[in-house]
Design a protein around this ligand. Structure first.
Ligand SMILES: [Zn+2]
Length: 145
């Protein structure tokens, strides 16, 4: 039996990415072509929810070892687990290849450097360790996510 081939996805800005198993954690997202520094790669979509609702959901998600709620501002969050794009599978890294940019209620994931084809995409979640989970971005990382 052959395992199914990873499927290339083309984002709203025309960037080719692939979701596949990650060496960091669970699923990851990889560049399927070279991506230039500062390129807008994909938006982090998902249901827009209040901070109170995000607190409730994050408690549940954390027990599953997952983080899905992206902070838009003090009042609003996006839950990537509900109707979210492939961006929700991009892992945290303390020194990632991407960064997030919030414009109103739209979250862009952008390249922080030139990314070669085949590299895993990652960005700093900036959670200040709130989820209390060990960071696995590199073997000796002692940070909490
Ligand atoms: Zn780390």
């Amino acid at each position: 039996m052959k395992t199914p081939r990873a499927k290339v996805e083309i984002t709203e800005t025309g960037v080719k990415i692939i979701r596949k198993k990650s060496r960091i954690s669970g699923w990851g997202v990889y560049a399927a072509e070279p991506i230039n520094k500062n390129k807008r790669i994909i938006t982090y979509t998902g249901e827009k929810i209040s901070s109170a609702e995000a607190d409730r959901r994050e408690t549940k998600y954390r027990k599953q070892g997952q983080i899905w709620c992206f902070t838009l501002n003090r009042r609003w969050f996006r839950d990537g687990n509900v109707g979210g794009s492939t961006a929700r599978f991009i892992n945290h890294s303390c020194e990632g290849s991407c960064y997030s940019e919030v414009i109103g209620d739209v979250v862009w994931i952008r390249a922080s450097k030139n990314i070669p084809k085949g590299a895993e995409l990652s960005y700093d979640y900036n959670t200040d360790g709130e989820a209390g989970m060990d960071c696995r971005c590199r073997p000796n990382c002692t940070n909490k996510i």
